[in-house]
Design a protein around this ligand. Structure first.
Ligand SMILES: Cc1cc2nc3c(=O)[nH]c(=O)nc-3n(C[C@H](O)[C@H](O)[C@H](O)COP(=O)(O)O)c2cc1C
Length: 199
């Protein structure tokens, strides 16, 4: 038991060292960036500067959407009043100093004529992915949160009827002892998820 906790402590220290030494902002290729990123659930109190928020939003702004209709609507939550409201909507706020609620406008999505399927959830998800990866490149950690109460969210933030919230991106600078969850590097075998020419 003692050996196990000594190992855990050692491991934790190692992770702290790794995260301090990791040169954020100098990751060059996409594969490294995508592999390195993990869901951060522990943040420092440091707020994100407006220029950092703007860069993250810009990455979402240039994301592809169905027919380029750009139905995404993003709510930036970064003051004491709104962050307090957010804590009533989800337990997955992780005391982050900033969050973005990515929604889509139901009246502005591309709709597939065959079955009426709308592109909104996909569009909002691509926007969220762009922002999550851009944030990481800037040294900003985030977690994509779906586990929020949409009714409470609608009420607290007075979200209009035609605006549908999809993803909440809680974000901030990773705490020195933030570490990836074990799920981060647990992958199904590729063969289980990819088929060629036939299912
Ligand atoms: C659609 C979606 C919904 C998610 N919802 C939550 C959530 O509500 N709470 C949470 O802590 N993490 C949430 N996550 C984060 C995942 O648990 C995480 O991405 C996954 O375990 C892989 O770990 P990694 O991001 O560290 O690589 C969500 C991720 C996605 C893509």
């Amino acid at each position: 038991m003692q050996a196990a906790s000594a190992f855990l402590l050692h491991n934790e220290k190692l992770n702290v060292m790794i995260s301090i030494l990791k040169p954020k902002g100098v990751i060059m290729n996409f594969k490294d960036l995508a592999t390195d990123r993990y869901s951060v659930r522990k943040f420092t109190d440091n707020p994100l500067k407006k220029e950092v928020i703007d860069k993250i939003l810009e990455a979402g702004h240039i994301a592809p959407t169905g027919c380029n209709y750009q139905p995404q609507r993003i709510l930036v939550i970064n003051n004491e009043e709104t962050l307090t409201k957010l804590r009533d909507c989800t337990r997955c706020h992780f005391d982050a100093p900033c969050a973005m609620l990515i929604c889509y406008n139901k009246d502005e999505c591309w709709t597939r004529p065959y079955d009426g399927n709308q592109s909104g959830i996909v569009d909002a998800s691509i926007v969220t992915t762009h922002m999550m990866l851009q944030a990481w490149e800037l040294g900003v950690g985030s977690t994509w949160v779906m586990h929020f109460n949409p009714f409470k969210m609608r009420e607290e933030f007075e979200i209009p009827e035609n605006i549908e919230p999809v993803a909440l991106l809680v974000m901030g600078y990773p705490a020195p002892d933030a570490v990836p969850n074990e799920r981060h590097s647990t992958y199904r075998p590729v063969e289980e998820t990819v088929s060629y020419n036939k299912f």
